[in-house]
Design a binder for this molecule. Structure first.
Ligand code: UDP
Ligand code: MG
Length: 331
């Protein structure tokens, strides 16, 4: 595909890994085969592993992989920052060519990467894999994920494609755009949609993990969902307003009824249960509304601190993949 004489297209495969000591060695040979295939198609492919503060020897495994293969670059964060930040750290390093995001656990088959690249060469900026099936996941995870994608799609003003994770290729201009977004609570799936440009989906079957366990348990997914909603929608704040209006209307009707009853039948002191019910109800509505406001206020607070998104502990560069100065300055 590459015309003779033109420099090859550069592709950096960015992989966030947290405690993946058993998965990474199984994934790497498959990646190497894909990179060989891409080289034949005129693509200079490299891998950048981001060790997100693993504590199980993943870094040592990655180092030996990088020593054996000059196409592998490494970045090690100072502690566990979470997948979204780890991906951001990796993508920040890709200053040339496109980037492909892949999970370290083999759930996103690397063998499909050439198809992503083909779409990139056709002029697409955001080529994303959309799951048509998910092997090896509990029905609870599938059901909650299904519901979450539908809710966020209705709430967010920018597109968040259904059943689409982080498995995707970003063109150089999409990467440039993403680099300008420095918010702390990074809901990457939403950010990708926010960027816009030419988007296309590749349907694929999501495999089961090659080894290890998922890092996203119920609580982590729940918090992730809250981050997603609060980052891309203020609908919960508006909902608080509407609930307030509704309860005000109900309170008005109830007051009319109480006054009417007192005028018709006098006012013997009674109705303690009703009063308690009303007080408890209004109290809890207020607390919920305060909690919703608190969610947004807390995020505002964290943004205002302006801390760097992540700190780099160590790098191992392959070619020019990892920049000499690993800490991008926040604007
Ligand atoms: N991951 C990460 N930091 C974390 C948690 C996860 O870099 O704090 C990586 C993990 O190593 C894997 C990817 O993010 O490569 C997806 O994680 P996982 O497989 O646990 O999530 P799931 O596929 O179950 O949603
Ligand atoms: Mg996984």
């Amino acid at each position: 595909m590459n015309r003779a004489g033109t420099p090859p297209d550069r592709l950096t495969i960015v992989i966030a890994a947290f405690d993946e000591v058993r998965a990474v060695p199984a994934l790497q040979p498959r990646l190497a085969a894909v990179m060989d295939q891409l080289a034949g198609e005129g693509v200079d492919a490299r891998v950048l592993y981001v060790d997100d503060g693993s504590g199980d020897g993943t870094w040592e495994v990655l180092r030996s992989i990088a020593e054996a293969d000059p196409r592998v670059a490494l970045l090690r964060l100072s502690r566990n920052f979470g997948k979204e930040i780890a991906l951001t750290a990796g993508l920040d390093q890709v200053t040339e060519g496109a980037a492909m995001i892949l999970d370290a656990d083999g759930q996103d088959p690397p063998e499909l990467i050439p198809r992503f690249v083909a779409h990139w060469r056709d002029g697409y900026d955001d080529v994303h894999g959309t799951r048509i099936s998910r092997a090896g996941e509990s029905w609870a995870k599938k059901a909650t994920a299904h519901a979450f994608y539908r809710v966020i799609q209705r709430l967010a003003k920018t597109p968040v494609p259904t059943d689409t994770g982080d498995y995707r290729l970003l063109s150089p201009r999409a990467l440039d755009a993403l680099r300008q977004i420095r918010e702390r609570h990074r809901f990457m799936k939403g950010l990708f949609g926010w960027i816009g440009f030419n988007r296309i989906a590749i349907p694929y079957e999501r495999h089961a993990r090659i080894a290890g366990r998922s890092k996203f348990g119920f609580w982590r997914l729940w918090n992730f969902a809250i981050d997603g909603v609060t980052s891309f929608s203020t609908a919960p704040l508006r909902l608080a307003t509407y609930v307030g209006l509704l309860t005000a209307c109900a309170a008005f009707v109830f007051a009319l009824w109480v006054i009417g009853k007192a005028m018709l039948y006098g006012d013997p002191v009674a109705g303690w249960p009703t009063m308690m019910a009303v007080i408890l109800f209004l109290g809890s509505v207020q607390l919920v509304a305060l909690g919703v406001i608190g969610e947004y206020l807390g995020r505002l607070y964290e943004e205002s601190k302006q801390r760097p998104l992540y700190l780099v502990r160590e790098t191992r560069a392959a070619g020019a993949v990892v920049r000499a100065s690993p800490m991008p300055r926040d604007p």
